[in-house]
Design a binder for this molecule. Structure first.
Ligand SMILES: Nc1nc2c(ncn2[C@@H]2O[C@H](COP(=O)(O)OP(=O)(O)O)[C@@H](O)[C@H]2O)c(=O)[nH]1
Ligand SMILES: [Mg+2]
Length: 301
């Protein structure tokens, strides 16, 4: 996209500090639950987390799965699991998918907790923490797991005082502060997709260029959704983004004095509709390896 300037000067220093903080917190837990946006499993990932985790197991939780294309989410889960990476689709608002994710997380933690017991330590609950880039739903998940009571676990010796633990159930404790990772600022495509869903402040992007890119993308993936939502004519799939913007603006009465299309307003409308899920469940990232599957099939034939 022309004219975007996602590079922010203060970021490198901030990254170092964040990195140190997360590493400190990770030391306290048995397993990290990495939240990603189900619409953007790749773009909403932070590639350095693996490195920070080291040998520690991580569970990938594709959150906001209610907003993502279920068929594509299914492919992502198969992709991760094929690599031996535990992954789950969840919805932190309704709690859908949490039970299965927690069961697996607890199981992964048992490796470490049982080793402690073998070494003569006391049996203890699994300790987990939630990490992820801003806006993926970390606080929502923590609140959901904390439940209404928000049961706090007593401070215990050897654990820094300001760290609070939430008891999820008799087998699991959750660090009440999430690890906030930075998004992929250096990947323009990821940045643009994060801006689509409102995860990156979209003031750094030109709104018309962003809306045009979004429309172009919708035209290739879900043209019928645009047509239905904005009651566009049947030939709309052949229209350019600029023509589409004008058509949607006319349908929705986004007009300036004198009848010209209020482009700014149409762009805002589009992004608001997208983020509110009005255009249906959408996935922007797809798992790699599709071509490979096709080739495999051809070879077998
Ligand atoms: N539709 C949907 N919205 C969610 C889900 N989880 C979180 N949200 C919304 O996403 C926004 C950001 O969530 P928040 O927990 O503050 O994200 P954080 O920045 O990672 O702590 C809020 O408006 C939440 O209500 C989900 O599973 N589905
Ligand atoms: Mg938060």
């Amino acid at each position: 996209m022309e004219g975007n300037r996602p590079e922010v000067q203060w970021f490198p220093g901030h990254m170092q500090k964040t990195r140190r903080l997360i590493a400190e917190h990770l030391r306290l837990v048995d397993v990290a639950v990495e939240l990603r946006d189900a619409r953007l499993p790749d773009s909403s990932a932070n590639p350095l987390l693996r490195e920070l985790l080291g040998e520690k197991p991580g569970v990938i939780a594709l959150n906001k799965s209610d907003l993502a294309d279920p068929a594509i989410t299914k492919r992502w889960l198969a992709y991760y699991r094929g690599q031996g990476q535990p992954a789950f689709a969840i919805d932190s608002v309704t709690g859908r998918g949490l039970r299965a994710m927690l069961a697996r997380t607890e199981e992964l933690a048992r490796d470490r907790t049982e080793r402690l017991v073998k070494k003569g330590g006391r049996a203890r609950a699994a300790r987990i923490m939630v990490v992820g880039i801003p806006n993926v739903g970390k606080s929502s998940l923590i609140n959901r797991l904390a439940g209404k009571a928000k049961t706090r676990v007593e401070n215990r010796p050897g654990v820094t005082r300001d760290k609070q633990w939430i008891r999820v159930d008799e087998k699991m404790e959750l660090l009440d502060t999430p690890g906030i990772l930075w998004p992929k600022f250096d990947d323009p495509e990821a940045g643009r997709r994060l801006a689509f869903i409102g995860s990156i402040n979209d003031e750094i992007y030109d709104s018309e260029a962003m809306a045009a890119a979004f429309l172009e993308w919708m035209q290739t993936r879900y043209p019928e959704r645009l047509r239905e939502r904005y009651k566009l004519p049947p030939d709309s799939p052949d229209q350019t983004p600029a023509e589409l913007l004008a058509a949607i603006g006319a349908k929705r009465g986004c007009l300036l004095k004198g009848g010209r299309i209020d482009t700014e307003k149409v762009c805002r409308l589009l992004m608001t509709d997208l983020r509110a899920g009005k255009l249906g469940p959408i996935s922007f990232d797809e798992p790699p390896g599709e071509e490979q599957t096709d080739e495999d099939q051809t070879e077998k034939e």
